[in-house]
Design a protein around this ligand. Structure first.
Ligand SMILES: Cc1ncc(COP(=O)(O)O)c(C=O)c1O
Length: 288
């Protein structure tokens, strides 16, 4: 069924949801976006996603052409209009139509679009069995160049790493920063478990401040599990007891092999299984 897309203040048919080839979102990846889940007709962590979108927009001096409360309402309307009960929302703001030069300040108003649809990032069986990953040779963007905390429309850095993963027949790649420390996966945050403690790279290592990351840290601490933000090396990943990724689309997924090294007994471990279960309950408001 064709979708109804929110574009610049109203719902239009999918076939009419068009953006100019002169839009700097397309010409230069100049814009920002969010990916948001819907669970049981509830838009998950909507305010946190809207806040992050405005922060990313502020960082690139882009005006979001709506107030936060109007935008929340628009996301809700788009979700309802498409009958999405469990799904995924993509919300983006482009710089708008400009010239073929870079100057963002002569662009017309930015375009704001909202898509409410479905997503299955990884096949369901990988959630049971765990996933294999590789270390990408592509270095994560330097924080002083394009800050990884800025969720921009320019994802080429991540796409280059994703290509490396797919070339190696695995779905995901771990990205390291310019100093060789773990930054994140191509669209997920990284966690490991070692000696009953959970470790995750600090944001300064070059990770997006994942909303799922924040929730999983909170859920772990509620279980009295110690969570430490610390720089991690490739070696730390190789010898850990458990390894998992978090993200809006991925949720919580166990990693069972990296660069040919099997993690523990090759199955998602007890902390991963527990946090996956707790995350499901938190997101859906009920047990699986
Ligand atoms: C590069 C990157 N890192 C991490 C994440 C996970 O963040 P969140 O949990 O907010 O979806 C995402 C997805 O949004 C991402 O694109």
């Amino acid at each position: 069924m064709a979708l109804k897309i929110w574009l610049d203040g109203k719902l239009v048919d999918e076939a009419d949801a068009k953006i100019s080839v002169f839009d700097h979102g397309l010409l230069y990846g100049d814009g920002v976006f969010e990916g948001i889940r819907v669970y049981n007709s509830r838009i998950f962590e909507l305010e946190a996603h809207i806040r992050r979108l405005y922060e990313s927009a502020k960082a690139i001096r882009l005006d979001v052409p709506m107030s936060k409360s109007e935008l929340i309402r628009a996301v809700e309307k788009t979700t309802e209009a498409n009958g999405v009960i469990n799904g995924y929302i993509r919300l983006g703001v482009t710089r708008g139509v400009g010239t073929l030069g870079l100057n963002p300040f002569i662009c017309e108003d930015g375009r704001l679009f909202i898509i409410a649809d479905n997503i299955q990032l990884y096949p369901e069986e990988l959630y049971e069995k765990g996933m294999k990953v590789i270390s990408a040779t592509t270095v994560r963007n330097h924080p002083l160049a394009v800050p990884p905390q800025l969720k921009s429309l320019n994802y080429l850095n991540n796409i280059l790493a994703k290509i490396e993963a797919l070339d190696n027949d695995v779905p995901e790649a771990i990205m390291y920063n310019h100093e060789g420390y773990v930054a994140e996966a191509t669209a997920d945050n990284v966690f490991i478990v070692r000696n009953s403690r959970i470790f995750t790279p600090p944001l300064e290592a070059g990770a997006l401040e994942g909303i799922t990351r924040g929730i999983v840290i909170k859920l772990a601490r509620e279980e009295n599990i110690e969570v430490v933000e610390k720089n991690l090396t490739r070696f730390d990943l190789y010898i850990c007891d458990e390894f998992f990724l978090t993200g809006t689309a991925a949720e919580v997924i166990g990693i069972v092999e990296i660069d040919g090294r099997v993690i523990s007994d090759g199955k998602p471990g007890p902390y991963t299984v527990l946090l996956r279960k707790k995350f499901f309950k938190y997101a859906h408001g009920k047990e699986k």
